[in-house]
Design a protein around this ligand. Structure first.
Ligand code: G
Ligand code: G
Ligand code: MN
Ligand code: NA
Length: 251
């Protein structure tokens, strides 16, 4: 309860920030995108994980506001990255509550306008669970008409995967990290990943494997022809200046 009260002031106190995790093309190991992730540095409790404070924010009615802020800061930062950073795609996570609030499309448009970020660089990541029992077709269609791309996040973690894919114009599938954790040890999991990759190829949808932690997992992905990956093995979420250093070292 105190934590919830603290969250109300966290933004003004500068405790909320973003970290950035690179997404890498497996063909040449170039960084092709970054996912922006919210962090709360609490003065007493330290780093509060999003799994903890996002539900708090929701109960306090602050979640949509928080995400609007995250959208604005992420697009603004991405619009002024150095070097080949200006070609990177920017992934931003969107919640079920934001979809339900009905302001997502307007909020994205306003962040793009304010930041000057080209819409083609923005990837809106929606977890398949956030789409359960909801018809998000209008919102997603409006975003795509603006030129924004849609990623189905945590794909394979729920039971609505194929339905979501069939109903929505998706550009990117992000393979859930629970699948990755077993891909090199369990033949069934490997077969599922293989099936998602052929689905991606058939639908002309890029597949990004999330949560790649070991060389052995990466090896399987490469053998299966997966295009893109994200995970601690490749790069951890990092601050903006570390990201800028990384990009400069690549250029
Ligand atoms: O970055 P991390 O692994 O700690 O994130 C944990 C969860 O929080 C993930 O499911 C991630 O999608 C979610 N998350 C991180 N940043 C945001 C954000 O800005 N908005 C929403 N809705 N979720 C986020
Ligand atoms: O749900 P979403 O895919 O948006 O979650 C992204 C979260 O996954 C981030 O909070 C990030 O910290 C976490 N993450 C990224 N790479 C790895 C990884 O290799 N292993 C684990 N366990 N988590 C990761
Ligand atoms: Mn995500
Ligand atoms: Na995910």
């Amino acid at each position: 309860e105190q934590l919830r009260l603290d969250l109300v002031d966290a933004r003004e106190r500068g405790e909320l920030g973003l970290v950035w995790q690179p997404i890498v093309a497996l063909a040449d190991h170039r960084v092709t995108g970054v996912e922006a992730l919210l962090r709360w540095q609490h003065p007493l409790h330290g780093d509060v994980p999003p799994e903890e404070f996002l539900p708090l924010a929701e109960r306090a009615g602050l979640l949509v506001d928080l995400q609007r802020w995250a959208l604005h800061s992420a697009t603004t930062a991405a619009a002024s990255l150095p070097g080949h950073g200006l070609e990177l795609k920017l992934g931003v996570n969107v919640s079920a509550e934001h979809l339900a609030a009905g302001t997502l499309v307007g909020d994205v448009a306003s962040a793009l306008r304010a930041s000057g970020l080209s819409p083609e660089r923005l990837v809106v990541e929606i977890a398949e669970s956030a789409l359960a029992g909801r018809d998000a077709t209008d919102d997603v269609t409006a975003l795509r008409l603006m030129g924004v791309r849609l990623a189905l996040d945590d794909f394979g973690s729920g039971n609505s995967s194929l339905r979501g894919l069939g109903r929505l114009p998706v550009d990117i599938i992000k393979l859930d990290r629970a699948l990755l954790s077993r891909v090199d040890r369990d033949p069934y999991t490997r077969a599922i990943c293989e099936a998602v990759l052929s689905l991606g190829a058939a639908l002309r949808v890029d597949v990004v494997a999330e949560g790649v932690e070991t060389a052995s997992q990466l090896g399987v992905l490469q053998a299966l022809g997966c295009g893109y990956a994200q995970g601690f093995l490749l790069a951890r979420p990092m601050g903006l200046s570390a990201l800028e250093d990384l990009l400069e070292s690549h250029d």
